[in-house]
Design a protein around this ligand. Structure first.
Ligand SMILES: Nc1ncnc2c1ncn2[C@@H]1O[C@H](COP(=O)(O)OP(=O)(O)OP(=O)(O)O)[C@@H](O)[C@H]1O
Ligand SMILES: [Mg+2]
Length: 236
């Protein structure tokens, strides 16, 4: 579904934010992206929704390739990807309902269809009772649930979550993880970057460790899980 072939990303003052990454992510998987701050997790995720293009190498996402994708095709690709951020990126002075409906209104869906769908989405994230509440008045955990409903609105094949629990307490974090797990069980792929090793420690999902712009070989991470945990907690 997603393939990174010899990917290097150079930012203007940070050459080698990612260095020669080769990675395949399969459809239907729940993938965890782990690594210390500045290791390149967000950079890797941004490549998937082609917010940035690689300096070298090719990213393939579904039927699209970074090598010859046009700006119009990037818009098309993004319609099929749901993105969730640490800081939610809700429109604070809009209601919960309006935040989730907005991407559908922009796409020109009919009002009755939007109303029905937003109702279903808010129900799924347990926010239906707050549909008319202003986003600015929600708790952080509630904000993230609304952001996830919005990300699901266009029925994406993959949800990309960049530190989705970074601003949340333990209970709200667990709640968001459970929600992403339910979305995954319903057939959507999920790729989540996180620092929160405690939160994911008992999950069975594939873990990809990044350090210093490089993916650590899986043999090392499987062979020495304890070392890996220590390394992660030490560096944060
Ligand atoms: N827009 C940018 N311009 C310049 N350098 C950047 C930019 N975004 C990231 N970097 C640099 O690239 C490297 C990787 O950053 P990235 O944000 O991908 O790390 P991360 O693993 O997501 O970190 P964190 O856990 O803190 O979110 C860092 O050295 C960072 O300073
Ligand atoms: Mg990041």
């Amino acid at each position: 579904m997603i393939q990174f072939s010899n990917i290097t990303v150079n930012y203007s003052y940070v050459p080698g934010a990612l260095k020669d990454i080769n990675l395949k992510l399969r459809k239907g998987d729940f993938t965890l992206l782990l690594g210390p701050t500045g290791s390149g997790k967000s950079t890797l995720l941004r490549l998937i929704y082609m917010d940035i293009l690689p300096s070298d190498g090719i990213v393939t996402v579904d039927k699209w390739s970074s090598y010859h994708i046009t700006p119009r095709q990037i818009n098309l690709l993004r319609r099929n990807i749901g993105v969730v951020f640490q800081d939610f990126k809700l429109i604070e002075n809009m209601s919960v309902y309006e935040n989730v409906a907005l991407p559908l209104i922009i796409e020109g869906y009919r009002r009755r269809y939007i109303k029905r769908l937003v109702h279903i989405l808010l129900d799924e994230v347990n926010m239906l009772q707050s549909a008319n509440q202003r986003a600015s008045t929600l708790s952080l955990g509630e904000k993230q649930r609304v952001a996830i409903a919005r990300a699901m609105a266009k029925n994406p094949f993959v949800i990309i979550a960049d530190e989705p629990t970074g601003n949340l307490d333990r209970e709200a974090s667990q709640n968001v993880l459970s929600l992403l797990e339910r979305i995954h069980q319903n057939g959507t792929s999920v790729i989540m970057a996180t620092h929160d090793y405690e939160l994911i420690k008992d999950t069975p999902y594939r873990r990809i460790y990044i350090e210093n712009g490089q993916v650590l070989p899986p043999t090392r991470t499987i062979a020495t899980p304890k070392t890996r945990i220590n390394l992660l907690t030490q560096t944060e």
